[in-house]
Design a protein around this ligand. Structure first.
Ligand SMILES: *Cc1c(COP(=O)(O)O)cnc(C)c1O
Length: 467
């Protein structure tokens, strides 16, 4: 290891966008107007926005130059062929189908492979992947490795449980499982990486049973970097070689380029199966447009192609992963427990442990999320009982979240080390008076995905139960 606090940004800043911290009084008013739901706060009223790393990254000078090169021809644009060449080189797949974001790739893919009642195993489904599977009548099955739920400091906690996958296939039968997915990195499991060994074993198992094996590969480059860092035999390989080997074990991949595409919009499907490609394209033309532009302008496609090349740069990835690791360490020093080891794109604070006096039905994660805005104009997102709890919209049963987390997602190439130190300082100030934080109650909510729109209010003295 080096003796620097974290790898310094391997870029300098050429264009700046002003951000401002409103006064405390204004922040209190805005929270009240937003009904204590940070999704309803305007971006201009946020100082540091850690809501998501999706589509929020900064483009390089090369990507801005690529925009100018964009070819806006309806069919057969040069932009498409540049993009196709890049994605073919990384994935090794014959057919590259552009889509304007990941969930459209999911929509057209699952519409083309699923029958009602089919199962789709995954290390852990991302929300839109789960929703698209269910929307086409499929049953989404999560099979994370047993270490995923522990706080053990081991690498590759994003792995799939191969033994459970094997017994699942034997129990349900391969004809009920049109595809097995692997999410790299495993977003919903804390951005934890998957090892090459796990990819190889899963691939072999799927091949044995004649089942397709696909990646949900939004963060494939971050995953490749973790393999280089921690898996024996990969230290001397380039990130591109590691990514190519990863993709060589899969039959295809769905990509949201809003993450490791370093683009603000974009995505694709990569595959070798020509019959499936034809089915997908028929649908794509109805939903997204002609298959050489897939719902995007030529300039968007060129920016994505340039981003996909840049993301393979090892200095960039060392900075990216190093920045997240450093961010985790200063948040811990500020007194908040986090999920470890840190993954590739976010820090997850365990708000249930941080605020044990707030019971789960009074939303400790949301209490901390609100406090982060009140304290420092920082926007995070609750991933706990507000997001996942409540009543099941279909069965009416009460659901509880596995953990009460607050996610601080880090946009790519946007915030410097000092921005992150500022956020950690906010946490340190909150830690000093954390026992005074109160829970919240829901005033109004929707049946589906309630966290986006719920109105909330802080609990009054007489409403507070002891946790
Ligand atoms: C973001 C994401 C998606 C969905 O992509 P969009 O571009 O937001 O539609 C799917 N899977 C994973 C793992 C993601 O992170």
């Amino acid at each position: 290891m080096h003796d620097y606090r974290h790898p310094a940004e391997p870029f300098r800043i050429k264009s700046v966008e002003s951000i401002r911290l409103l006064s405390r009084q204004e922040r209190l008013r805005i929270l009240q107007e937003a009904r204590y739901n940070v999704f309803k706060i305007k971006a201009e009223d946020i100082y540091i926005d850690l809501l998501t790393d999706s589509g929020t990254g900064a483009m390089s000078n090369e990507q801005w130059a690529a925009l100018m090169r964009g070819d806006e021809s309806y069919a057969g644009a040069r932009s498409f062929y540049r993009f196709e060449k890049t994605v073919r080189e990384i994935t090794g797949k014959k057919f590259i189908i552009p889509c304007h974001q990941g969930r459209v790739a999911e929509n057209v893919f699952f519409s083309s492979v699923l029958k009602a009642g089919d199962y789709v195993p995954n290390n852990t489904h991302f929300d839109t992947t789960r929703a698209n599977t269910q929307h086409k009548g499929g049953i989404a099955i999560d099979l994370p490795c047993p270490e995923a739920a522990t706080n053990e400091q081991i690498p590759f906690k994003g792995n799939i449980d191969v033994e459970r996958l094997e017994s699942f296939i034997e129990k349900k039968g391969a004809d009920k499982i049109p595809v097995v997915f692997m999410t790299v990195t495993n977003n919903s499991s804390g951005g934890q990486p998957v090892s090459m060994a796990n990819i190889r074993e899963t691939s072999a198992l799927c091949k044995k049973h004649g089942i397709r094996f696909y990646f949900d590969c939004a963060r494939f480059a971050e995953n490749a970097y973790f393999i280089k860092q921690s898996e024996p035999g990969y230290q001397d390989k380039s990130i591109k070689e590691i990514a190519q080997e990863m993709f060589s074990y899969a039959d295809g991949a769905l990509m949201s380029a809003k993450k490791d595409g370093l683009a603000n919009i974009g995505g694709f499907i990569a595959l070798n199966d020509d019959g499936l490609r034809q089915k997908i394209i028929e649908l794509l033309i109805i939903i997204e447009g002609f298959p050489t532009y897939g719902g995007m302008s030529g300039r968007d496609i060129d920016a994505m192609a340039a981003g996909l090349q840049e993301v393979l740069n090892e200095e960039y990835l060392a900075y990216r992963v190093g920045q997240i690791e450093y961010f985790g360490s200063i948040i811990e020093q500020a007194g908040a427990p986090i999920i470890k080891p840190t993954g590739g794109h976010a820090i997850f604070i365990d708000a249930g442990h941080y605020l044990p006096h707030i019971p789960v039905d009074q939303f400790p994660g949301q209490s901390l999320t609100v406090e982060l805005y009140r304290e420092g104009g920082v926007r995070a997102v609750e991933i706990g009982s507000l997001m996942f709890g409540g009543l099941d919209p279909v069965t009416g049963e009460k659901i509880t979240a596995p953990r009460e987390l607050v996610r601080l997602a880090v946009p790519r190439r946007v915030y410097t080390g000092s921005h992150l130190e500022y956020v950690a300082d906010c946490i340190a100030r909150i830690t000093k008076r954390k026992n005074d934080l109160r829970g919240l109650k829901i005033i109004r909510q929707a049946a589906f995905l309630r966290h986006f729109t719920a109105d909330m209010a802080p609990l009054k003295e007489e409403e507070i139960k002891v946790g």
